[in-house]
Design a protein around this ligand. Structure first.
Ligand code: FMN
Length: 357
């Protein structure tokens, strides 16, 4: 029997199905980080998801890492997001904001000439997407302890503004090699102080940020995304198994809305088997799922809900298509990040009404 289309509790909310839309950067905001009316349409089209997790949103200007990404710092940004949440709610949906500070995965041309910040001054391999095209990442500047406290406050204010903008909750992006994972991972964190060294210190930033987010939204409206061993943005950790079990163990008793674990490829460890039993709340699995594999994951009790990225991007009515066993639209990678185009953003077709009977 299908479990994908049955209700599930996600923190404070009952979601009507177990299909969560993955956070996906689409790079359609204006130069001031303000989402457009197309973004309102894009999310409203996908409101039948059990839960939408928004694209990564920078909490403060120094957290920006890609051209045309949106923020949640200015009144103009809050006002624009309000239109998004109202449209999703009008269609009966729920939407969390993913708060994403890119740290060293950035470039001065995205930061008004400032040097990107990180736990340690270690440059990642690869290139940033800037207003003038792709350029090599810069060597970041090591954050002082005082500045770290300031960034925690940035996340607190961002959460307050997200709730003010009508979001149902917030997700801490602690995956994909961005600032929180830069603190978690031994390869990017070579600090000698209370934020570096043993795992008990490397989790300090993430726990501090989560605490700040919880203080604004309440634990049952805060989730966290992790991606152990994804090694994206040249992130490396000497002992990921230890890092992530320690982190998840420390979340015991917090009552968070969910733990979102994205696993790619075949890591050395079965992270879902390792982490799910350690987390008492709703457990979300994402990364390369199909309808069949998602049903399998749910049937085996490996997760409470399943997260779909590119399939949701290309199929605004994904739950309905799964219900009917309908064919899926194919995602067009050339329009994933394409400011400010509507093509590949709000023009993926839904099923004709006749097929929906
Ligand atoms: C266009 C695109 C943008 C993405 N941007 C983000 C992002 O902003 N934050 C994030 O946590 N993951 C991001 N991801 C990763 C997805 O959340 C998800 O983990 C990934 O797509 C795997 O799911 P899938 O195989 O169902 O697509 C992005 C993925 C895609 C395809």
């Amino acid at each position: 029997m299908s479990q994908l289309l049955t209700p599930v509790r996600i923190g404070r909310y009952m979601a009507p199905n177990r299909l969560v839309m993955a956070p996906m950067t689409r790079s359609r905001a204006d130069g001031d980080g303000v989402p457009s009316d197309m973004t309102v349409t894009y999310y409203a089209q996908r409101a039948s998801a059990g839960l939408i997790i928004s694209e990564g949103v920078f909490p403060s200007a120094m957290g920006k890492g890609y051209v045309h990404t949106p923020g949640i710092e200015t009144q103009a940004q809050v006002a624009a997001w309000k239109k998004v949440t109202e449209a999703v709610h009008a269609r009966g949906g729920r939407i969390f904001m993913q708060v994403m500070h890119c740290g060293r995965v950035s470039h001065p041309s995205l930061l008004n000439g400032e040097t990107p910040v990180a736990p340690s001054a270690i440059r990642p391999e690869g290139q940033a997407w800037t207003p003038v095209g792709q350029v090599d990442f810069a060597t970041p500047r090591e954050l002082s302890v005082l500045e770290i406290a300031g960034i925690v406050e940035d996340y607190r204010r961002a959460t307050r503004r997200a709730i003010e903008a009508g979001f149902d909750g917030v997700e801490l992006h602690a995956a994909s090699g961005y600032l929180p994972e830069q603190f978690l991972s031994s390869g990017s964190n070579q600090r000698q102080d209370a934020y570096g060294g043993p795992v008990v210190n490397r989790v300090r930033f993430v726990l501090g940020v989560l605490e700040a987010m919880v203080s604004e939204a309440g634990a049952d409206r805060v989730g966290i995304k992790i991606s152990p061993e994804m090694n994206y943005n040249s992130i490396t950790d000497a002992a990921p198994e230890e890092t992530y079990t320690h982190l998840v163990d420390r979340l015991k008793g917090w009552g968070l809305a969910y733990l979102h674990v994205a696993v790619f490829g075949t890591p050395k460890v079965d992270y879902h088997a390792l982490l799910r039993p350690r987390f008492e709340g709703t457990y979300l699995i994402g990364g390369g799922l199909t309808q069949d594999s998602a049903e399998g994951v749910l049937a085996e009790g490996k997760a409470d809900a399943t997260v779909f990225g590119s399939a949701f991007l290309a199929n605004p009515d994904l739950p309905e298509r799964f219900r009917l066993g309908a064919t899926l639209n194919t995602p067009d990678r050339s329009t994933f990040f394409a400011p400010p185009a509507a093509k590949g953003y709000i023009d993926y077709p839904t099923l004709p009404v006749a097929e929906r009977a």
